[in-house]
Design a protein around this ligand. Sequence first.
Ligand SMILES: *Cc1c(COP(=O)(O)O)cnc(C)c1O
Length: 506
Amino acid sequence: MFRQACFDEPLIFEMSREGKVGVLIKDDPMSAKTDVRKGGIAEIPSGVLRGKLNLPEVSQIEVVRHFTRLSQMNWGIDLGPYPLGSCTMKYNPRVNEDLAWLDEVQQIHPEQGLDSIQGALELLYRLDRMLSSITGMHKFTLQPAAGAQGELTGCLIMRKYHERKGDRRDEIIVPDSAHGTNPASAAMAGFKVVEVRTGEDGCIDLELLKGAVTNRTVGLMMTNPNTLGIFEKRVCEIAEVVHDAGGLMYYDGANLQGIIGRARPGDLGFDIVHLNLHKTFSTPHGGGGPGSGPVGVKEHLKDFLPVPTIIHKDGGYQLDWGKPESIGKIRGGYGSFPILVRAYAYLLSMGSEGLRLSCDIAVLNTNHFAKKVSGIKGFAIPFGGAFRKHEVVVSAEEMTKETGVTALDVAKALLDRGLHSPTIYFPLIVKEALMFEFTETETKESIDAYVEALREISERAYTDPGILRGAPTNASVGRLDEVLANHPRTMCLSYRMLSKRGKMQA
Ligand SMILES: *Cc1c(COP(=O)(O)O)cnc(C)c1O
């Protein structure tokens, strides 16, 4: 029986008592410099003082225990399967971590002289070459901090490309199955979003697309395999339609896992690509930490890339700022450097054979799961019987109609069984959506156990649905108030205030 570690943990601010400190600073009467209590702060010019900071005052052991307890109440890939569709929640091999924590990586500074960072620049340059060869692109920028920032970078490149041609275009085409960041990034770049509907086979409807393309079309943002996990087989025809109208093809690379080593976006007709290193290339994510969303372009767009790009010249690595057509700088430094180191280590350890195998096994895992789950009462796989790539979207609509148990209830019931929930209610075109992705390191045993949990939940739904609507009861918190949890001010609220169980206790 699964039971999550559960502590009635206060906020660290609630633990604070005036005068408690974590580290004692030596009070040496011979050295006024080491004594911050003797007028140290008084010597700081008032203009740079931040006023009274509301920082918690706690002892060292309290800090250690507080965060260790919180970590025990957390869920991660190291505890069990993490089949969050669209997120490619890979296991992060420890060797990547070891390399990212080398002093040479941790202590590096973007303002260091180039002579002293040749090794780092070489690593970045080689990573650019590897990503270019994996995707069939000409050159990458490693600056963007996430997929969404990569999308914005790509949109700004598209804007500049059309501007340079003296072409006034402002419409970008996005399929209705797209991730929400696609239309958001396009809107940030000043474009109008034109949506195209998904056809019955789960792919872009080519006829509808032809009708949507005009001489105002900036380009098409496309995810392939799409968010249903289905490979868009007509991608080459689609690219032709868009290119014939003078538009560009943008590849949202969040789903690269489904084709890596087997097909290259560049060969499929895409002009711009973003990758999510924190998804496909096995760097940690999920905790809101730094991500990395490199953007690669074909040769005709290379001059628009953000500055500086890293080049290899005269036997050394240099920064190329001399790009008058560049969209400018998109992020400080050269990108999320330790994340780039992890991705580089992952790529070296996998090799091209390993990457292809990772694609094959991820696809096999997901289809094994899809086949089994489609036999469970109440769950169906919409949009026909095509094989899925690395992810599959299951609909619980039938279960909801027949028992009142929703996709949300199923997700919460999984938590009670010690399993991480899938992504739910995305993509928007599937009712009661549950989106699963089992990456290549997942074992058959763990996938089968997951299927059995879903089977048991289905049986419950048809016999005792009320019990599922109260889930989770085994987790550290009950159901969160999701509207409140989405509010920007939530950072100031404790999880206990968000939890219904917490509210009942209060
Ligand atoms: C994750 C994801 C994005 C956004 O990437 P971030 O790195 O989270 O900003 C875009 N499109 C798809 C399909 C995704 O799954």
